[in-house]
Write a protein that binds this ligand. Structure first.
Ligand SMILES: [Zn+2]
Length: 302
């Protein structure tokens, strides 16, 4: 009796050891990082939520990254009377390793709801457009701290992505543009940007700038998604062309793919750049899918 109890205890403890030895992504955990951000309110530059989000990212990075680097600069604000202070926050893992990749997302949210029917001059909450990508990357940082990867990784959180007026691309992506002019050494060889990946009806097509700047990496990611069991989400067909942070990054020398679901939620309705961009339109399952694919891709790198 005592012997079999011992065996049972041994069996249970070795099972939990086995579990602990494999990096795995928890979509529900990531979703809590999404609502931590939306609970701060809108995170448009100059707002209280924006300052709180930078503080949270820095504290999180101190816990899990090898080093945290911030880049502060002055951004152009076409909607406000004054220019604004912007801050990129970059978590570095193995900061001296020249073999490295970059994962990134923007953390700022849109200062206006220009596609809404109401309250167009007020900032949006940005659960999907802002918080979703950050949520996945913060949880990935937590996993990287526990399971150091074979290569160096920079996880960058861009500021000032969503500040522009429509038809003025140079007013968008201010953080990634600043970075591409002042990159951290050693510079990553390639990168993945995630944006608007929290939509509960997730479908991701090839984004056309990504195919232009990083065709091989694009195919590699869609192949990885298929292997991970997400062939129904990652559709290997041409999708939209979206001016996003991957454009300045790629032009600056880091070929970067944008994983983005630009139909939010579908062809008939639109929550993008409206006050409808709230956590209830997002799902832990979607964060789980993106996290699984990034983990599988990241730990397959050598
Ligand atoms: Zn946006």
């Amino acid at each position: 009796m005592r012997h079999s109890l011992k065996r049972l205890i041994w069996f249970v403890s070795s099972c939990s050891l086995l579990q602990a030895a494999t990096p795995s992504f928890d979509g529900n955990r990531a979703f809590t990082y999404l609502t931590i951000q939306t609970d701060m309110g809108p995170r448009n530059p100059g707002s209280r939520g924006h300052a709180a989000c930078i503080q949270w990212l820095m504290e999180t990075g101190e816990k899990w990254a090898d080093t945290v680097v911030t880049q502060e600069f002055t951004g152009y604000n076409p909607y406000g009377p004054d220019n604004v202070s912007l801050t990129n926050v970059i978590f570095r893992f193995q900061p001296k390793n020249p073999e490295r990749v970059m994962l990134s997302a923007h953390f700022d949210t849109r200062p206006v709801a220009d596609l809404d029917r109401f309250r167009r001059n007020e900032p949006i909450l940005g659960a999907n457009d802002g918080a979703s990508g950050v949520a996945v990357l913060v949880h990935l940082a937590q996993i990287l701290a526990q399971f150091p990867p074979a290569i160096g990784v920079d996880i960058a959180f861009w500021d000032g992505e969503d500040m522009g007026r429509p038809d003025y691309p140079e007013e968008f992506c201010q953080g990634s543009r600043y970075y591409s002019q002042t990159p951290l050494e050693p510079v990553p060889h390639r990168g993945i940007l995630i944006d608007m990946i929290g939509d509960s009806e997730l479908q991701i097509f090839y984004e056309l700038y990504s195919l232009r700047f990083a065709p091989e990496l694009t195919k590699e990611i869609w192949d990885t998604a298929k292997k991970a069991g997400y062939a129904d989400v990652f559709i290997p067909k041409h999708g939209p062309m979206v001016y996003d942070d991957h454009v300045p990054l790629s032009e600056g020398g880091i070929p970067t793919v944008n994983i983005i679901d630009f139909q939010y939620p579908d062809a008939r309705r639109n929550y993008w750049h409206t006050h409808e961009d709230t956590p209830d339109k997002c799902a832990p399952e979607s964060l789980q899918c993106i996290g699984d694919v990034l983990l599988m891709w990241l730990y397959g790198q050598e």
